[in-house]
Design a protein around this ligand. Structure first.
Ligand SMILES: [Zn+2]
Length: 84
């Protein structure tokens, strides 16, 4: 790979990433509640913004929102799966 190709690839990747970020922000704007317990997500709440977790599954083009309570549950489930 020469320098020109590398530069072309880098700019290409940059564009792609920018697209990905933009589309995940779009997806985030559509999120309204926890995907597990359906508790409403308050976009204006700073506490919610800091404590809720967004998982982006770029392959499935899916974004999942977890409230703090469900994050704990998900972590527990993961631990159990990993132990088995
Ligand atoms: Zn929840």
């Amino acid at each position: 790979m020469n320098r020109k190709q590398r530069r072309a690839l880098a700019s290409e990747m940059g564009k792609d990433n920018a697209k990905k970020i933009t589309s995940s922000i779009d997806l985030m704007m559509t999120l309204e509640s926890c995907c597990v317990c359906k508790t409403a997500f308050d976009r204006k709440s700073r506490e919610h913004a800091q404590t809720w977790r967004v998982d982006v599954y770029s392959q499935e083009k899916q974004v999942k929102l977890y409230c703090p309570e469900c994050q704990k549950k998900v972590e527990l489930v993961k631990e159990i799966i990993e132990k088995e």
